[in-house]
Design a protein around this ligand. Structure first.
Ligand code: GDP
Length: 196
């Protein structure tokens, strides 16, 4: 059956008032500069609830109500390719721990779009047997004149890779709430289908 690793990110938060409430880990992947931190900051709002995960990445926690049900999302913003040495290790770790993944590229940067496909392939390899929700995100749609990747290309890529797709603008706060609500819905769909 599905064995979602639980709790490794926040060992024994026994002070938590609602242990029955679902708590999901979402990992943000993508090239530097595509807007991951901006998106997660918008989602998390004030950063007073920041956590530090055990590998030094930033984790943001927020409760949200989607379709009338409350959920806690822990969002991990961990990809730090500047540190070449640690990159592969940290990344293989983040490929293991997510209940869902958000792969972000910038619509103004074709290289980041190519990287998104590579990340999708790595993820599939790392979690072969599992059906994990993945959302492909084209960010920075406000930069209309710098666009290098069309919405149609993004959609086509998502179709090939069997992901959901959404375009966002962190700058205009466009589609950001929809993105994270969509993640929750995707996780619930999977869990409803085949819960052990
Ligand atoms: P990260 O490296 O993926 O975490 O990217 P950041 O969130 O640090 O963003 C990199 C740069 O892009 C910053 O200067 C952001 O202000 C800018 N940025 C992020 N999202 C958007 C967006 O939707 N529109 C525009 N115009 N700029 C953005």
């Amino acid at each position: 059956g599905g064995r979602a690793p639980r709790g490794s990110w926040s060992p024994d938060s026994s002070g938590s008032p609602s242990l029955r409430e679902p708590r999901y880990r979402v990992v943000l992947l993508g090239d530097p500069g595509v807007g991951k931190t901006s998106l997660v900051n918008l989602f998390a709002g004030v950063q007073e609830r920041d956590l530090l995960d055990q590998h030094g990445g930033a984790a943001y926690e927020r409760r949200l109500t989607v379709d009338g049900e409350e959920t806690t999302l822990v969002v991990l913003d961990t990809w730090e390719p500047e540190q070449q040495g640690e990159k592969s290790q940290r990344c293989s770790h983040c490929l293991q721990v997510g209940n869902a993944y958000i792969i972000v590229y910038s619509v103004t940067d074709r290289d980041s779009f190519e990287s998104a496909s590579e990340l999708r392939i790595q993820l599939r390899r790392a979690r072969q047997a599992e059906d994990i929700p993945i959302i492909l995100v084209g960010n920075k749609t406000d930069l209309v004149r710098c666009r290098e990747v069309s919405e149609e290309e993004g959609q086509a890529c998502a179709a090939v890779f069997d992901c959901k797709f959404i375009e966002t603008s962190a700058a205009l706060q466009h589609n950001v709430a929809e993105l994270f609500e969509g993640v929750v819905r995707q996780i619930r769909l999977r869990q409803g289908g085949k819960k052990s």
